[in-house]
Design a protein around this ligand. Structure first.
Ligand code: PGA
Length: 251
């Protein structure tokens, strides 16, 4: 199974900046890397530009969110149908900023996961505990609830999803989970997936996210169940992002 290293640009970069970034990044990432798949998720306004830029490249295109319906009266929303036309292959769903700032609940996230799969877009389902939940010893309960509800209804098709463990306290704070903390939760998710799918969870990667950078990626990726990264801040700079990718090569 290959690692997945994904860039979540969040609300950063105009169209012109997207072109600038991807031209630099394509020069860095020219040769296929064994065992590493790379995805970039720009904001919606840059998806069309990025789609053209990434044509015939090794880099996969991702979206940061989507609505679960194909079309209709949903002002301000973007559908899987629209994403497919732009060759979007991945969609980040249930990101903690969507959950905590925009109030997305487990049931809606689950509808999005099922819809993405139906439309042939691979979801990256994000899960993670707050600092308060960690301090109360509730981390694994929260993760279990978010994973179970996020993939409800998939049964043996669990392998069609990737999961990103992103502790809320580590996102954008500069404080990453230690390799041990990440491994503990990743292993828990791995076991949980096995027990849910009964058949096999092969193909379902568990990524770590939360202040990943070119300095800490090397140690984190050595953990057995860390199978890639979802990178925010450090992915905004093509050189820093590429460096993180190269650490996965060395693992
Ligand atoms: P960060 O963001 O790397 O800036 O912590 C990660 C994410 O939110 O996906």
């Amino acid at each position: 199974m290959s690692y997945l290293v994904a860039a979540n640009w969040k609300m950063n970069k105009t169209n012109a900046q997207t072109v600038e970034y991807l031209q630099i990044f394509k020069k860095l990432y020219r040769e296929p890397l064994p065992n590493v798949e790379v995805m970039v998720a720009p904001p919606f306004t840059s998806l069309s530009t990025a789609s053209i830029q990434l044509r015939d490249s090794l880099i996969k295109l991702g979206a940061q969110n989507m609505h679960f319906e194909e079309k209709g009266a949903f002002t301000g929303e973007i559908s899987p149908y629209m994403l497919k036309e732009l060759n979007v292959e991945y969609v980040i769903l249930g990101h903690s900023e969507r959950r905590h700032i925009f109030g997305e609940k487990d049931e809606v996230i689950n509808k999005k996961v099922l819809s993405a799969i139906k439309h042939g877009i691979r979801p990256i389902l994000c899960v993670g505990e707050t600092l308060e939940e960690r301090e109360l010893g509730k981390t694994l309960n929260v993760i279990e609830r978010q994973v179970r509800s996020g993939i409800a209804g998939l049964d043996k098709d669990v392998f069609l999803v990737d999961i990103a463990y992103e502790p809320v306290w580590a996102i954008g704070t500069g404080i990453n989970a230690t390799p041990d903390q990440a491994q503990e939760v990743h292993q828990f998710i791995r076991e949980l997936l096995k027990s849910i799918s009964k058949e096999s969870d092969n193909g379902c990667r568990i990524l770590y996210g939360g202040s990943v950078n070119e300095n800490n990626a090397k140690e984190l990726i050595k953990e057995k169940d860390v199978e890639g990264f979802l990178v925010g801040t450090a992915s905004i700079d093509p050189e820093r992002f590429y460096k993180i990718i190269t650490h996965c090569l060395e693992a």
